[in-house]
Design a protein around this ligand. Structure first.
Ligand code: NAP
Length: 292
């Protein structure tokens, strides 16, 4: 019996990973970690043990990780002290005898000139720590989430158009639930020790492609409007986003335009055993999220 603990059990990726694991391994092998276990009551009701744990409280992490063999570390949110939190849980995992840590960095090719503040350096920190730790590791690289598109485009893209800095880059956005399903596949299998995967969705799309798809989905013209960086920031801030969050969105959009997530590995399709949901399928089902 291998105990698998997934952190972030109250969040999207952690909860979805546990839901997909439930289809593959007995509930008695699964543990979810939550700052407030009460918020994970639905998972507990499905037989998953929920343990309290906070990345900023090392004693709580030692308690949470007791007897755990595999850890799925859901990355700490941006705009928090991610390095301290990730370092705390890696230390606690080593002390607790965890054998294998799975981490979900945002895909960032070695040698890429692109950096995303709050994300790429902090993910590299975890990768370096894990590679030096002597523990088994698996990196499940994430592209930008399809669910993040309303954050990049503002709450009313159907009305305002898709306003983004000009650029021909394309990204293989992926749906959170399918990334989580891929996590569950890898966590429930042997043979992924010290491997790195890049879970690109397919096909990659540009912001001009997204405008085209939103036009077709909604039945009304949604133009792509090439904006300056400042226009992009002003557009998001006018819709109520604080400046640091708007700048964060700009960073992601610049990464898409730079082609940072335009690669193709087939890893996501291979783990799912089917084609991942395309951006067009996702947007056809969810275009109303862009109405505001
Ligand atoms: N690839 C992308 O496009 C993209 C986009 C956005 C985010 N991300 C990254 O992906 C991660 C997961 O995404 P998500 O949608 O699942 O986020 P989410 O729904 O906000 O979930 C984040 C989880 O982390 C937990 N958490 C936060 N601070 C913690 C701490 N100090 N100790 C222990 N747990 C803590 C939260 O617990 P509470 O419920 O207690 O707050 C929650 O369960 C994010 O944290 C971020 O690093 C990636």
């Amino acid at each position: 019996m291998t105990k698998i603990l997934v952190t972030g059990a109250t969040g999207n990726i952690g909860r979805m990973t546990l839901q997909h694991l439930l289809k593959r391994v007995p509930a008695s092998d699964l543990v979810g970690m939550a700052r407030d276990p009460g918020k994970a009551a639905a998972l507990a009701a499905q037989g998953i043990e929920i343990r309290g744990g906070n990345y900023l409280d090392r004693d709580s992490l030692l308690r949470a990780l007791a007897g755990v063999e595999k850890l799925m570390l859901v990355s700490a949110p941006a705009f928090t002290d991610r390095n301290t939190q990730h370092q705390n849980i890696i230390h606690a995992a080593r002390q607790s005898g965890v054998g294998h840590i799975h981490y979900m960095p945002v895909i960032h090719e070695r040698g890429s000139a692109f950096t995303l503040p709050q994300v790429t350096e902090e993910d590299r920190f975890v990768e370096d720590k894990l590679q030096a730790s002597g523990l088994h590791y698996t990196f499940l690289g994430h592209p930008p989430f399809l669910e993040s598109l309303p954050f990049y485009l503002g709450p009313n893209a159907l009305g305002t158009g898709v306003r983004a800095p000009a650029g021909a880059g394309k990204a293989g956005f992926a749906a959170q639930d399918e990334l989580a399903e891929a996590h569950a596949v890898v966590l429930s299998q042997a043979g992924h020790e010290n491997k790195s995967y890049a879970l690109y969705g397919e096909p990659a799309v540009s912001f001009a492609d997204i405008a085209q798809i939103l036009s077709e989905s909604s039945g009304k013209p949604v133009p792509f409007i090439a904006a300056s960086d400042q226009d992009f920031l002003d557009h998001l801030m006018t819709s109520g986003l604080p400046e640091p969050a708007a700048r964060f969105a700009l960073g992601w959009v610049q990464g898409v335009n730079a082609g940072e997530w335009g690669g193709q590995t087939g890893d996501l399709e291979r783990f799912l055993g089917r084609k991942p949901t395309s951006a067009a399928e996702f947007l056809r089902a969810n275009f109303r999220a862009f109405k505001g």
